[in-house]
Design a protein around this ligand. Structure first.
Ligand code: URA
Length: 233
């Protein structure tokens, strides 16, 4: 692939901007400055640096973010910052999107990708991908409360009861709740319908992928092969 085309595919700007980037001497491959934007390179596994920042060619981008409170999952945030502010510019430029949305006051595991099929597969209601939330409750709860969630609760405008795929109290006011749909404000509405109130909400797993302990809030990282497989089940 021609270098200018490769850089464009990775989010470094238009073809013209990428040519200029190379001509300006901002690109190195294996430490060697390359100034020919038309150089043919093998993209698979290519590692390069732009402005001393290391990158690896990726046909598609798959990443996870540990979302902090106060960020909206939108390109045009209304009241807060957008999660895109947590990513380097090339990832935003190449069009990564959140895989489903978290409320601005929800924290935790947010997947992002520019692979439309991947996003669709994970968000399609038919696929029933489990998502687990650690829920801080206003009132101490008991087994009758978790049983209500497992049996199913009625949400406004729904024609059938919505059941939790898992509900376990780890403390009287801390619930681990697993759902397989992605309805609007689903966890908050389910907890309210069961007679309690969400005070804090953190997504701790999607599919078989748990939020890693070593990813600080506000940070992102690429997903590895094993993690991608774990999500898709
Ligand atoms: N359910 C909610 O109520 N909010 C979220 O952000 C995610 C699930």
């Amino acid at each position: 692939m021609q270098l200018d085309r490769l850089l464009q595919s990775q989010g470094f700007g238009s073809r013209k901007e990428c040519r200029q980037l190379v001509r300006n001497g901002w690109l190195t491959i294996n430490g060697e400055r390359i100034e020919d934007p038309f150089l043919e390179v093998e993209p698979a596994g290519l590692r390069f640096e732009v402005d001393d920042e290391p990158w690896e060619y990726r046909e598609k981008a798959y990443l996870m973010v540990n979302k902090p409170e106060g960020y909206e999952c939108s390109r045009d945030p209304m009241f807060n910052k957008g999660v895109f502010a947590l990513l380097p510019e090339p990832l935003v430029e190449r069009g990564v999107q959140p895989v489903g949305r978290l409320d601005s006051d929800t924290t935790g595991l947010l997947l992002m990708s520019d692979d439309g099929q991947f996003i669709h597969a994970l968000t399609s209601p038919k696929r029933k991908v489990p998502k687990t939330y650690r829920v801080g409750l206003k009132h101490a709860a008991d087994a009758a409360f978790t049983q209500k969630l497992l049996d199913g609760v009625w949400l406004n405008d729904e024609t059938e009861a919505t059941q939790a795929a898992g509900a376990e109290l780890v403390e009287p006011t801390v619930l681990l709740l697993t759902i397989t749909e992605g309805k609007y404000h689903q966890v908050k509405r389910m907890v309210a319908a069961a007679g309690n109130r969400v005070e804090a909400l953190c997504r701790v797993a999607v599919g078989g992928l748990a939020l890693p302990d070593d990813l600080p809030e506000g940070e992102w990282r690429w997903l590895g092969e094993a993690e991608l497989a774990a999500i898709q089940g």
